[in-house]
Design a protein around this ligand. Sequence first.
Ligand code: ZN
Ligand code: ZN
Length: 86
Amino acid sequence: MTEMTWKLQLKSTIKCPVCKYAKVVPMLLYTRRVRYDCAECHAMLKTSVNECCVFCVYGSVPCPTTQQDNHDQKETNQHFQESETA
Ligand SMILES: [Zn+2]
Ligand SMILES: [Zn+2]
């Protein structure tokens, strides 16, 4: 029943691992942000090659692309389970 209400979150709270300062950062669709500068201590957060983006690594909410992927994954699993029990 959550299907109808599901929508992308376009804001994520990024918490700086250095000073613990948390800030709500807007996310842009289809834009992968790999760098984030902490407004408080000016630490530069960067993602490594196997990480998606700063939101997926440091954010409270993963980026829209990952949210969409997770959602699709869930749907696929659901269909799979349904067909298996049928
Ligand atoms: Zn900081
Ligand atoms: Zn991401």
